[in-house]
Design a binder for this molecule. Structure first.
Ligand SMILES: Cc1cc2nc3c(=O)[nH]c(=O)nc-3n(C[C@H](O)[C@H](O)[C@H](O)COP(=O)(O)O)c2cc1C
Length: 449
């Protein structure tokens, strides 16, 4: 086949909601009255994908399908889900665990929440599929402590599913047995880090664990464990339902399928939007969210831990996928876009963010405990209160670069990346503040309005 013919035969990927092939799947029933019940879910095709997997596919076939779909973990790091599933050692008759990470504590991220609240059976079904693929004996759903309604709805859905033979012994009449326990966190960002999460689940202090061993080898109680984000698991439902080719037909070369993007800050319609991967920031911000309501100067692309971009066409027109963001010095993260208005002092914005990371640092390692927990918030406090000196900026840079890549877990870098990006793009605001003792953009009360 000639190169031209090969290109012609390959279907064009769906990049935008303006493509008629674009279809909302994970979020189609979010916001629909009564969608959280088993009756509703089943009457809309619910649990058919689980049935298809459990009665018509081998566990290895399910893993191959997820691999072929190109799904990458939606929790932030973007590791290929099917590959992760294939890391689990073969069953040895002893317990092995699936953990669903519903901790969702990163500022700017709120996509998982509405699945827990409005479509909990979709997640139960995703967990059944994942558990079957990896032959898990038990599942844990680790929910952020503040998600009270989500927790209640998940508990009710699990009880309904159990009563209907969808959880427990011999699911759907097969010889596969699996059940889920819900565990509420107390609302700590570090509990979203997978090894800290396992410690928390085991009743220990939520400090991260050294890797290796990786959870697939030794996770919960030292047994093989896989940890997945809520929307990695719900994506698997649609991959099994519609096939890997359907999912892989959307997106870009390195990022397939649809993803839930979140948008907050001063825009007309903040919220969660399901879009094919590779759609642009401009589409999300203008077409979906109705555009900014104040003159913007920057945006955070993927949740508070991802380095910001200035408000320029080249960044607004950037496709939202893992590879493009990495190439441009940032990360897709959770896909939580935050718009920053011109009149918000960037140093003050970063002070707010740094205080969050300082508060959430678990204190296990020195760079994070001392650097993120003490030095950074104090240096920002000095600057925003007008007591900074021009040389403080160089000191801030030096502290940041000494913390970077030196901490035990990614929480410290999650703070440093945004600090460094703000210095790269908005250094003039730091300099003005340090030289004049007051911000270029003084605090006012429109922010609360
Ligand atoms: C500080 C920190 C917080 C995290 N919080 C979450 C979270 O709330 N939810 C989540 O799915 N992943 C979170 N992650 C990523 C997880 O450690 C892990 O990579 C993810 O749950 C894996 O699921 P996935 O492969 O389906 O993406 C966090 C990571 C770090 C370092």
């Amino acid at each position: 086949m000639s190169d031209q013919a090969a290109t012609a035969a390959k279907p064009a990927p769906i990049l935008s909601r303006h493509d008629p092939r674009y279809e909302v799947t994970m979020y189609r029933y979010v916001g629909v009255e009564g969608a959280h019940t088993l009756d509703f879910y089943r009457s809309h095709g619910g649990y058919e994908a689980a049935k298809k997997a459990l009665t018509g596919m081998t566990p290895a076939q399910v893993i191959d399908e997820v691999k072929a779909s190109g799904l990458r973990g939606r929790g932030g790091a973007g590791f290929p889900t099917g590959v992760k599933w294939s890391f689990m050692a073969p069953p040895d008759g002893k317990p092995r665990y699936l953990v669903c990470n519903a901790d969702e504590s990163e500022p700017g991220s709120f996509k998982d929440r509405y699945i827990l609240e409005d479509d909990p059976h979709q997640l139960v079904e995703g967990m059944i599929i994942g558990a079957y693929a990896m032959q898990m004996t038990f599942g844990f759903l680790y929910v952020r402590g503040e998600y009270y309604l989500g927790t209640t709805r998940m508990e009710a859905a699990i009880a309904e599913a159990r009563a209907a033979g969808l959880l427990g012994e011999n699911i759907l009449g097969t010889n596969f047995s699996f059940d889920i326990t819900v565990h509420r966190g107390a609302g700590a960002y570090i509990c979203g880090e997978e090894t800290a999460l396992m410690n928390s689940l085991e009743g220990l202090r939520a400090n991260p664990r050294l890797k290796p061993p990786f959870p697939a080898a030794a996770g919960m109680y030292g047994r093989p464990t896989t940890i997945n984000n809520v929307t990695s698991l719900t994506s698997a439902v649609h991959i099994i339902d519609k096939g890997a080719a359907w999912f892989a037909g959307m997106g870009t070369d390195d990022s397939k399928g649809t993803k839930l993007y979140q948008i907050s800050g001063p825009v007309k319609r903040t919220g969660v939007y399901e879009m094919p991967m590779g759609a642009t920031f401009r589409e999300l911000i203008y077409d979906f969210a109705g555009g900014p309501t104040m003159e913007p100067k920057a945006f955070i692309p993927g949740g508070s831990s991802t380095p910001m971009f200035p408000w320029e066409d080249r960044f607004l027109d950037m496709p939202m996928d893992y590879g493009t963001l990495a190439k441009n010095g940032s990360m897709l993260g959770t896909g939580g876009v935050i718009v920053i208005p011109r009149d918000k002092c960037i140093v003050d914005a970063l002070y707010n963010l740094v205080r969050f990371y300082a508060h959430e640092s678990c204190g296990k390692c020195t760079p994070c405990r001392e650097g993120v927990g003490h030095w950074l918030p104090r240096m920002y406090q000095k600057l925003v209160s007008g007591l900074g000196q021009p040389e403080d900026i160089a000191l801030l840079e030096s502290v940041a670069s000494n913390i970077k890549s030196n901490a035990f877990c990614p929480l410290a870098d999650a703070c440093i990346g945004p600090v460094q990006a703000s210095l790269k793009w908005f250094r003039d605001e730091y300099e003005y503040l340090a030289a004049n003792g007051k911000s270029k953009y003084p605090k006012n009360d429109w922010w609360q309005a």
